[in-house]
Design a protein. Structure first.
Length: 367
């Protein structure tokens, strides 16, 4: 078996790292044999992770010797976007991917159909491609990162300040600007509340990002909203998410999974989450504060979702301002109590289980 993906500080790099860590464990048990790791665009950066020496050395060796060990009939597992997955390493190709809208394009359908099988992170995403006529489409959930799990701390903030957090790249789909403005309207300049935002978008030029933040806050920004510079390591992100009482990252119009909100939930925080798309594979009324959506809207934002493009077409969900504020208010009432159901979710949903389900799909298609 071979693996293709990226390892970096972004969500998709984090997923690949966790997949590979579980595959390493299986190899040490003698269950599987991984013959190579092919980093996409040579994107191989372990600095975000506190990888033990044995895992670090194994990954480096996999990368350096991948071509020497490549075999035509090896199953090749790729963790990447649909477009960009046309290139094949072997005759047996399995794509693990993410999808956030509802109208697969002909190009996306063709790439999915060209795989031996395609595995989506979300069951809803898989259903859209089945409806479009794709065969051999499956879904397998993501898991709770064991680095996060090892830092679980159920002690609550007792400072008297209710601390909200927002994590994820600044984007219309994620409602970043709306969330910040609505929070400011409700809680701004009140010293009983704090909003910390980790919303850097690596695809924005620094000057554009600064301009967008100024436009979001207006000429008189509230004193109790702060923006945290980009964090590069898992440990830093864990510390950020541990510090908040309420996570607002899940108030998105569409997600393939929603890792920041999921991780916060599993850390025992109260996440306010839209009841749609990839969230429905893990978010419940017991482990989250669910916010219902109100129909759908075109996804086009002129930046990441461009009408007429060969990918990212169609619609995502719509959340009203009233629903967003209501979710914040309901979470506030729970904020000083531990989210036991969220912690249980993290125990049940592991990357070990994710990889198990992926391998079941691969083994369903023998040579």
């Amino acid at each position: 078996m071979v693996f293709e993906g990226v390892i970096n500080h972004l969500s998709i790099g984090n997923v690949s790292y966790n997949f590979l860590r579980e595959l390493y464990k299986l190899e040490t048990e003698g269950t599987i044999k991984l013959n190579g790791f092919f980093p996409i665009f040579e994107n191989f950066d372990l600095s975000s992770f506190n990888a033990p020496t044995h895992l670090h050395d194994w990954l480096v060796d996999l990368k350096n010797n991948a071509l020497k060990k490549l075999k035509k009939d090896d199953p090749a597992l790729k963790c990447w976007h649909i477009l960009g997955s046309e290139r094949k390493l072997t005759t047996r190709n399995f794509l693990y991917t993410f999808y956030e809208t509802d109208e697969p394009t002909q190009e996306e359908i063709a790439v999915v159909n060209s795989q031996t099988a395609t595995i989506f992170s979300s069951s809803e995403s898989a259903s859209y491609f089945r409806q479009a006529g794709c065969k051999n489409v499956f879904s397998a959930p993501l898991g709770f990162d064991e680095d996060f799990a090892s830092q679980l701390d159920i002690n609550r903030n007792v400072t008297g300040v209710t601390h909200f957090g927002l994590v994820g790249k600044f984007e219309r789909r994620k409602n970043t600007q709306r969330i910040i403005r609505l929070w400011a309207k409700k809680y701004g300049n009140n010293n009983k509340y704090l909003l910390s935002c980790l919303v850097n978008n690596p695809f924005f030029r620094p000057e554009l990002y600064d301009q967008i933040i100024k436009e979001t806050l207006g000429p008189n920004p509230p004193f109790n909203i702060n923006f945290v510079p980009a964090l590069k390591t898992n440990r830093e992100v864990i510390m950020f998410q541990q510090a908040v009482d309420i996570d607002l990252s899940g108030l998105s119009n569409g997600e393939g999974w929603g890792l920041p909100a999921f991780n916060s939930t599993c850390l025992g925080k109260w996440s306010v989450v839209s009841n749609c798309s990839g969230h429905k594979d893990w978010a419940t009324k017991e482990n989250c504060v669910l916010v219902e959506t109100n129909g759908k809207q075109p996804c086009y934002d002129g930046a990441f979702f461009i009408k007429g493009s060969p990918n990212n077409q169609g619609n995502y969900h719509l959340i009203t301002d009233e629903a967003l504020i209501d979710g914040m208010e309901r979470a506030e009432k729970l904020s000083k109590t531990p989210n036991k159901a969220g912690i249980e979710t993290g125990v049940k949903m592991s990357y070990k289980e994710s990889v198990k389900q992926i391998l079941e799909v691969i083994n369903y298609f023998p040579k």
